[in-house]
Design a protein around this ligand. Structure first.
Ligand SMILES: *Cc1c(COP(=O)(O)O)cnc(C)c1O
Length: 415
């Protein structure tokens, strides 16, 4: 196949606008609702409840703000342990620390790349009084919700779903973002639909929804003057941002269908390579396919070393590694990315406990992946996936022809 550098960059995942967004922005402007109140905000909250089948939705400035409010609503206080998926984006963890909580990272499993129920069970044996669990549906693939929920219930911990990447994905026919006591969505620019920014807290608890509504509006009491009885935050969504989200909502399913087609073309394109794409449980789950990823078979990995800031590799015939593929994608003007680097290996969280299916693992923040568990698999699964995996260009505007070139470029890395 004839391959040459793309003239226009192919992104990992970029915003896709459709037109109605501009109409809602214009309406807000012309009616002068240039504020954090207005019809677009009310509509976003209504549309989210309609789509998810949830009771209450509170529109906020960002997904991170929504997570912060979820952590507060869960009553997390200084010193409380909060369990969190190890392989995620740091925004899942930071709000735990804002409230003085202590994160404990839970290793992932190979079936969905999400929190391992076995490791979670081990973590509760070590820390039975953990207050809450932040469960992430990484890359839009639902986690093992039933198993995780059963463990949380058994230990009386509050489940918080970080569904920032999984809007529209379902588990046993039910939307992600509806299983936890408090749940979080994001409309950051790279998500499946976007408002440029924005987030939503979703809950079935009316009192909690009202509290979050109040806290996010500087904790103003319903009194004539500014009266404050709680600590407040300026976290409400803007009516302009809400206009963009409102305009995007009808296109969610279209975006999911495009992302699914991309995922399936990769699966087909790589079927002869010593690699797999990010898996999901077809029995229980329908992901939103936000991000297609690749995992290179262990015996097809060339030597690759990563320090805190740099990566090197030694090219080998018949083998490749994420660093080599990412370099090649970059040469062709396409954007790939390493798998989100696990939290237990982040310098900022180096002192936080990390629990695998075999119990507490002292890693000292190293990126070592050789130690095997009793089952013969790598002990530190999130680090193994980080080592062998990468995020592929998954932009829903990428054409089938363009994707063919991307697949070809990747295949050549293994020659
Ligand atoms: C994007 C993201 C967030 C944060 O959302 P923002 O709207 O960017 O604040 C949280 N968790 C995960 C897993 C994300 O991918």
């Amino acid at each position: 196949m004839d391959t040459k550098r793309f003239e226009e960059k192919i992104w990992l995942s970029s915003p896709t606008m459709h037109g109605p967004e501009l109409e809602y922005i214009k309406e807000a402007y012309e009616t002068n609702w240039m504020s954090t109140v207005g019809a677009n905000i009310n509509e976003v909250e209504r549309l989210i409840c309609e789509k998810l089948g949830c009771k209450y939705a509170v529109a906020l400035a960002t997904g991170t703000a929504a997570l912060h409010m979820a952590i507060k609503a869960a009553g997390v206080q200084r010193g409380d342990k909060v369990f969190c998926s190890d392989m995620t984006f740091s925004a899942s963890v930071n709000p735990i620390v804002y409230e003085g909580g202590s994160p404990v990272f839970i290793d992932v499993e190979y079936d969905t790349w999400n929190m391992s129920p076995e490791a979670l069970e081990k973590a509760f044996q070590l820390y039975p009084d953990a207050k809450a669990v932040v469960l992430v549906h990484l890359y839009g693939t639902p986690a093992k919700v039933d198993e995780i929920k059963a463990i949380c219930d058994r230990y009386g911990a509050i489940l918080i779903e970080d569904a920032a990447e999984s809007l529209g994905a379902t588990y046993k026919g039910k939307q992600t973002g509806t299983f936890g006591k408090y749940n979080v969505l994001s409309f950051n620019g790279n998500k499946i639909i976007t408002g440029t920014s924005g987030g939503v807290l979703v809950t079935g608890d009316e009192e909690a929804a009202e509290k979050v509504r109040k806290w996010s509006n500087q904790a103003r009491e319903n009194v004539l003057w500014y009266q404050h009885e709680d600590l407040g935050y300026n976290y409400r969504m803007s009516n302009i941002i809400a206009g963009v989200v409102r305009g995007q909502m009808p296109f969610l399913e279209e975006h999911i269908a495009q992302k699914k087609a991309i995922y399936e073309r990769y699966r087909e394109g790589f079927k002869d390579l010593p690699a797999t794409i990010n898996p999901y449980d077809e029995e229980t789950s329908e992901p939103n396919f936000w991000m297609s990823c690749m995992l290179i078979d262990e015996d097809a990995m060339c030597s690759q070393t990563r320090s805190d800031r740099e990566a090197t590799y030694i090219s080998e015939p018949g083998k490749s590694c994420p660093t080599e593929i990412l370099e090649k994608l970059f040469e062709y003007n396409t954007e790939g990315r390493p798998i989100w680097k696990p939290m237990h290996a982040q310098p900022i969280f180096r002192d936080s406990p990390f629990v695998t299916r075999e119990g507490l693992l002292k890693t000292g923040g190293t990126t070592e992946t050789r130690t095997l568990g009793a089952d013969g698999l790598p002990l530190d699964i999130s680090m193994d996936i980080f080592h062998r995996g990468l995020c592929l260009p998954s932009d829903n505007k990428m054409t089938a022809e363009e994707q063919e070139v991307v697949v070809e470029v990747i295949k050549r890395c293994f020659e």
